[in-house]
Ligand binder design. Structure first.
Ligand code: B12
Ligand code: SF4
Ligand code: SF4
Length: 257
C-alpha cells in the first residue's frame, strides 16, 4: 500500500513518525488555502522528528539551538528525498513544507502564519493532539516533536486521529513561560512569545537600526562592538535563533518521558 511504502521510506531516512491527512481533514482557519500552493493537492504527508533531550533541557541556549539546527538540516534533506521518491514511484507532484522559514512577511501575515499550519496538519494526520501549551503532543514524544510536510496530488486517506488525552493540565507550561504568552487558553500571544524567544529577530533588528541611525558617530562605533549587535550579526547569517524552549522542555507529556 502506498501509505506504508512512503512511511517506511521516510522513516528509513531518520524520521521518528510519519502520518497522512486527506486535504479535507486539514482545517486551519488562519492559513491560506492549500490550493494556492498546489491546485490539485489531495493530501499531506506529515514527517516528524523528535528533539534531543539533552538539547532542549540545556541551560545553554546555543546548545538548544544547535539541536534545532541539526533537525532543520536533516528534515530539509529528507523532505526533498521523500518528495522525489513519491514523484518518481507514484507519478505524483509533491510540494515541500519546511520546518519554519521561509514565511510570508507581507501584510496580514508578518511571518506569523505558515503556508501550511504544521500543527493542524499533524493533528489531522493522527500524529497528536493540541496541549495547553498550544503545541501538538505526540503520544510517545510529547511536546518534543517537530514537523515538516509534503503536500501532494496523490490521494491518501487520513490516518486515525489520536483519541487519547495527552495533556494532563498540570499547568507547568503556563507557569514556566517567562513571557506570560500562554495565559489565555487555546491562544499563544505571538508578540509576547516572539519578543522573549527571539531576542535577535526582526523586532530587535528594527530597534537596533532605528537607534543606530539616530546615534552620533562615537556612539555608533560603540554600538557596533556591543554583544547585542554581534548576536544580530550572527543571526543574520546562521538564521533565526530561539532563546526559549520552556513550553517544550518542561512538559511531562509523552510515554518516552
Ligand atoms: C509563526 C510560528 C510561530 C510564531 C507564532 C505562533 C502562532 N501563533 O502560531 C511564534 C514565533 C510565536 C512561534 C513560537 C513557537 N513555536 Co512556532 N511556528 C510558527 C510557524 C512557522 C507557523 C505557525 C502558524 O501558521 N500559526 C498561525 C495559525 C495557524 O495558528 P492559529 O490558528 O492561531 O493557532 C493557534 C491557537 O489558536 C492554538 N490552536 C489552534 N487550534 C487549536 C485547537 C486546540 C484544541 C487548542 C488547545 C489550541 C489550538 O494553537 C496556535 C497557537 O497560537 C510553525 C510552522 C508551521 N508552518 O506551522 C511553527 C511551529 C508551530 N512552532 C513550533 C515551536 C516548537 C515553537 C516554539 C516552542 C519556539 C521554539 N523554541 O521552538 C514556540 C511555541 C509557542 C507556543 N507555545 O505556542 C513547532 C510546534 C511543534 C509542535 N510540537 O507543536 C512548529 C510546528 C514548527 C515545526 N515545524 O515543528 N512560532
Ligand atoms: S517559547 Fe518561551 S516565550 Fe514562547 S510560549 Fe514557549 S515558553 Fe513562552
Ligand atoms: S506542561 Fe502540562 S499543561 Fe502544559 S501541555 Fe504539558 S501536560 Fe499540558
Amino acid at each position: 500500500m502506498s501509505k506504508e511504502d512512503i512511511r517506511s521510506y521516510a522513516m528509513s531516512l531518520g524520521a521518528d513518525a510519519v502520518g497522512f491527512a486527506a486535504i479535507e481533514d486539514y482545517r486551519s482557519k488562519k492559513s491560506p488555502d492549500p490550493k494556492t500552493i498546489l491546485p490539485a493537492g489531495k493530501s499531506l504527508v506529515v514527517i516528524a522528528y523528535r528533539e534531543l533531550d539533552g538539547s532542549v533541557e540545556s541551560a545553554n541556549s546555543r546548545t538548544c539551538m544547535s539541536g534545532r539546527m541539526a533537525i532543520m538540516e536533516l528534515s530539509q534533506k529528507n523532505v526533498y528525498l521523500t518528495g522525489r521518491y513519491v514523484e518518481d514511484k507514484y507519478h505524483a507532484k509533491t510540494a515541500p513544507v519546511l520546518l519554519s522559514y521561509p514565511l510570508d512577511m507581507g501584510p496580514g501575515f508578518m511571518g506569523l502564519i505558515g503556508d501550511i499550519s504544521l500543527r493542524h496538519a499533524a493533528v489531522a494526520a493522527g500524529l497528536g493532539v493540541f496541549g495547553r501549551n498550544n503545541l501538538v503532543l505526540h503520544p510517545r514524544f510529547g511536546s518534543r516533536i517537530l514537523f515538516t510536510a509534503l503536500l501532494t496530488d496523490l490521494a491518501l486517506p487520513s490516518d486515525p486521529p489520536v483519541t487519547e488525552e495527552l495533556c494532563n493540565n498540570c499547568g507547568l507550561c503556563v507557569e514556566n513561560c517567562p513571557a506570560k504568552a500562554l495565559e489565555v487558553e487555546g491562544q499563544t500571544d505571538a508578540l509576547k512569545c516572539l519578543r522573549h524567544s527571539q531576542p535577535w529577530g526582526i523586532g530587535s533588528t528594527i530597534g537596533f537600526v532605528l537607534k543606530f541611525t539616530k546615534a552620533p558617530p562615537e556612539k555608533q562605533q560603540e554600538m557596533l562592538r556591543d554583544p547585542q549587535f554581534l548576536k544580530l550579526y550572527q543571526a543574520s547569517f546562521i538564521g533565526f535563533q530561539y532563546d526559549c524552549f520552556h513550553c517544550l522542555a518542561g512538559c511531562p507529556a509523552g510515554s518516552r518521558r
